[in-house]
Design a protein around this ligand. Sequence first.
Ligand code: GCB
Length: 602
Amino acid sequence: MRISVVVFVVLAAAASRAQQMEPIQNPSARQGASLNGRWQALMDPYEAGYYDFHLNPIKDGGLGANRVPANKGDKFELVFLPATPTLAVPGDWNTQRPELLWYEGTIWYRHEFDYAPPATPRRQFLWFGAANYQAVVFVNGKKLGQHEGGFTPFQFEVTGLLKEHGNAVIVKVDNQRHADAVPPTMTDWWNYGGLTRDVKLVDVPETFIQDYQVQLEKGSGDRVAGWVRLNGARKRQKVAIRIAEANASVTVETGEDGYARFAFPAALSLWSPENPKLYAVAVEAETDRVQERIGFRSIAVSGTKILLNGKPVFLRGVAIHAEAPFRSGRVFSEADARTLLGWAKEMGCNFVRLAHYPHDEAMTRLADEMGLLVWSEIPVYWAVQWENAAVYARAERQLAEMIARDRNRASVVFWSMANETPLGEARTKFLSSLAAKARELDSTRLITAATLPHTGAPNTIVLDDPLGKALDVLGCNEYIGWYDGSPEKADRTSFQNTYDKPLVMSEFGAEAPYGNHGDENTAWTEEYQANVYRHQLPMLQRIPFLQGMAAWILMDFRCPRRFLSGVQDYYNRKGLLSDRGEKKQAYYVLRDFYHSTVATAR
Ligand code: GCB
């Protein structure tokens, strides 16, 4: 009797911990196992695996219950069988089977794994790099919880739920678009669904280092500052932060809440695109230790200048979608990231705008290594429901998850709140609150957003969006020569800034499929696209407060709202390269400019 009570208490404690929790920093540096591989996958457009015929949620979780037919008379339909087909994880489902290319709905995934319990008591978490858009997660028939938002990591504690053999993780992933989601129903990219990034079992000590920020102290070039947070029963511990190569370290004591701040002097070689120096940084508590490579740089504004390590920097950039080169689909690997960022580097970029949602972590980690400054954005895109508090909560959650994941990346200098949102009081309030939240979560980076241009006097574009008050750096997308007049219109256009703040032209460009030729006045030709760039670049150089630009876009990408047969065929073709890596004429125009001293010495 006594024994069963103890067992019950232990299980109840484990079950109550089995819930989604705050992010675990740097999961790839932890013990554990990759759960990538082939997962069984069932398409369920009616959500019949989750709701009964009167649309009541099925009590035991439906397909999530992980039932196994045991007797020959069993008639369950809601089961995975050995014959159930599989999909690769990570990977969007759309590009894995022809019938899934346009699919928007639910797919159920199931994967089995073994787990050898450690000798000393430890804790385990099931970690997902991203699932687009909504995920409901079950382990061994038990529902752990759900996550919303297609581009940020999440995890559930599974301590006490695992056995040595045959653990089953089942995930219901639903990529239906909704007007009250973030992003909303209308976007300009493919709605790739599924378990699009890595899945891992993360194994940590009972009290572990959950999160930390180690960056240069704001306003300083030789002091490191940050904080550390422990999770577990032993909240009070001594924690050392060490940068051995710089012979710098500090030891602090965490409080009752497991949290401690720190700051210490360090003579560091500062990170920049020309010197992407990373240091091995160790965070050592009494019960846990984690290490990663971190770069140190400062980023600030002064009037209309952007200062990197105290010196003005001009951002020679390009925007990138998380569209995989050559194979198509969502980017999920270091190889994809290396190709995309390699093209940007080769073109002469020191800056990339990762549009329009947080990209795979491989991108920001590689940007750290390769020396590329990064604009990172949440998918508050076009027209979201500004007055809806639940929508705001969704946006804020994604913002927090984006910042949590990349807070130690030197490459990331901008957090972008939104893209091309319509003017209005509710919208400005929404985005200003997000900006305030971003500052509260991370005071070391610059806050921006891509806004729309407004016409003032003839041939004048005025930067007067009221959102500008809440931003450190103004972003503006303009399409002179494409949606807006002829390429020559750029010759007559000038810009006025109502703010004493720097401007990054966050988009400009034109569309042409690779190999489509004609004269420079014929739309959709490479010649026309190149001509737009030839007129844009002198215009941009005349803007005194312009401190950077991100051409739209590095590579063509799939998009359901681009119909033009024989030209677009459901691709946005504004890429400087095709999705096969073929360079269009405009690529060379921009490359020559980015390599010229006009751009490098600006
Ligand atoms: C924009 C959007 C971007 C689109 C692009 C286009 O202004 O920010 O997401 O893909 O224009 O090609 O129209």
